[in-house]
Design a protein around this ligand. Structure first.
Ligand code: ADP
Ligand code: ASP
Ligand code: MG
Length: 412
């Protein structure tokens, strides 16, 4: 007998027939004798609906009130699933974040979990209950409801699995595992048997929203056995593993992409020490995260400076940059939000030279111009024009041999 944490995402609890189907599945695990903690998301579309309601009332609602509002979606599904389990003769109890006591910091709408008090959950499990916990939410020191950022139910599940030392954390969703790239974009995308925590973290950070970044961080830190599976199809899913030295790893595990960034350029700034700080200091002080940065010096001893920020931060960043431009006597400020970032990710890159040139060659062959480049030990990212995104992902997917047809036996 083992202890399993199972998380069901929005589409998996999107209507009553699906909630009934989830209840059947949980009941089967229970009948096999496992202890089960279930984490649920809100019904699909519900969190967006609640955010839209708030925006009808106020342009920038107080984050505390946003959290009170958006956390309601998950409370609904915990109760409905508990009822569906009860109907099947399975003892079940719903719990919201503050009842469990998922203690977070007070950073409303993007809170971090500090501590989980697992005592009540353990007692319920010992009494034979399936505990159905609301994902995405917690409570701060002052008793205020907090939420963990979009996609945060994944993190609730992994954190509970870590606290309870569960045998496995199963993330059930609308795809049957982690793919070499988003299967909704590339038909030939292929399910991975295994992916390392490190690769999964880069994939998630670079835009593959199949798992929330923090969930992967948590799983890696606490060594939580983590698996992504389809809610309603049988199959092994994808196991997120520690890196195995002897594992015959393909060079590239997958391709991630993200359309959430925008690019800003300030031209003709003095090429002197401190200029990067003069530009990026005020951006950072405004709590705006900067991603890719490129500086080039032109023949007149002036420098051009280009960097990317989240698309929703663009108006504010541009405002700040125009101010900075005046102070520095810069020639021009321009911006572009029609960009996208494409990344190839793989731990195999460490021991294989030539990944970057293969990537650039593949993009050149389909006539895609690279605007910016950035690398880490196991990832290379390029910024390109957004209109070429799908073409780029497809070209890279096949260049690195990830397409289903080109799959060699046993490389997964
Ligand atoms: P849930 O509501 O269950 O949390 P999400 O929508 O958050 O589901 O995540 C699942 C989706 O992630 C899939 O439908 C798929 O389109 C997308 N996705 C993006 N990249 C990948 C990838 N590499 N592998 C699998 N799914 C991916
Ligand atoms: N319901 C939340 C969201 O849509 C959390 C989640 O689904 O993981 O972001
Ligand atoms: Mg999700």
């Amino acid at each position: 007998m083992s202890l399993i944490v199972q998380k069901f995402g929005g589409t998996s609890v999107g209507d009553i027939p699906r909630i009934e189907a989830v209840a059947d599945k949980v009941a089967r695990f229970r009948a096999e004798g496992h202890d089960v903690v279930v984490v649920v998301s809100a019904m699909s579309g519900e969190t967006n609906r609640l955010i839209e309601l708030a925006n009808q009332v106020q342009e920038r609602p107080l984050p505390r009130e946003m959290d009170v509002l958006v956390s309601t979606g998950e409370q609904v599904t915990t109760a409905l699933l508990s009822m569906a389990l009860d109907k099947r003769g399975v003892k079940a109890k719903s719990y919201n974040g503050s009842q469990v006591r998922i203690l977070t910091d007070d950073a409303h709408t993007k809170a971090r979990i500090r501590e989980i008090d697992d005592e009540r959950l353990r007692r319920e499990l010992a009494d034979g209950y399936v505990v159905v916990v609301a994902g995405f939410q917690g409570v701060d020191d002052g008793g205020n409801i907090t939420t963990l950022g979009r996609g945060g139910s994944d993190t609730t599940a992994v954190a509970l699995a870590a606290a309870l030392k569960a045998d496995e954390c199963q993330i059930y969703t609308d795809v049957d595992g982690v793919y070499t790239t988003d299967p909704r974009v590339v038909d030939g995308a292929r399910r991975l048997e295994k992916i390392t925590f490190e690769e999964m973290l880069e994939m998630a950070s670079m835009g593959s929203k199949v798992l929330q970044i923090r969930a992967v961080e948590f799983a890696g830190k606490y060594n939580v056995p983590l698996r992504v599976l389809h809610s309603f199809q049988e199959g092994p899913g994808t196991l997120i593993t520690m890196e195995e030295q002897e594992m015959e790893t393909p060079t590239i595990a997958g391709i991630a992409f993200n359309r959430d960034e925008a690019k800003l350029t300030i031209e003709g700034v003095p090429d002197t020490p401190g200029v990067a700080f003069a530009i990026l200091g005020p951006i950072g002080a405004a709590n705006i995260e900067v991603d890719v940065i490129v500086q080039n010096v032109s023949h007149d001893d002036k420098a051009n400076f280009t960097f990317t920020v989240g698309r929703s931060d663009l108006p504010r960043a541009e405002e700040i940059l125009r101010q900075v431009a005046q102070e520095l006597g810069a020639r021009e400020v321009s911006s572009d939000h029609k960009i996208a970032k494409v990344s190839v990710v793989g731990v195999g890159m460490r021991s294989h030279a030539g990944v970057a040139s293969q990537m650039f060659e593949a993009l050149a062959q389909v006539g895609i111009n690279i605007l910016m480049i950035t690398t880490s030990e196991i990832k290379i990212s390029v910024i390109i024009e957004e209109k070429y995104l799908e073409l780029a992902v497809r070209a890279l997917h096949s260049s690195f041999g990830l397409d289903e047809e080109t799959l060699e036996e046993g490389t997964a």
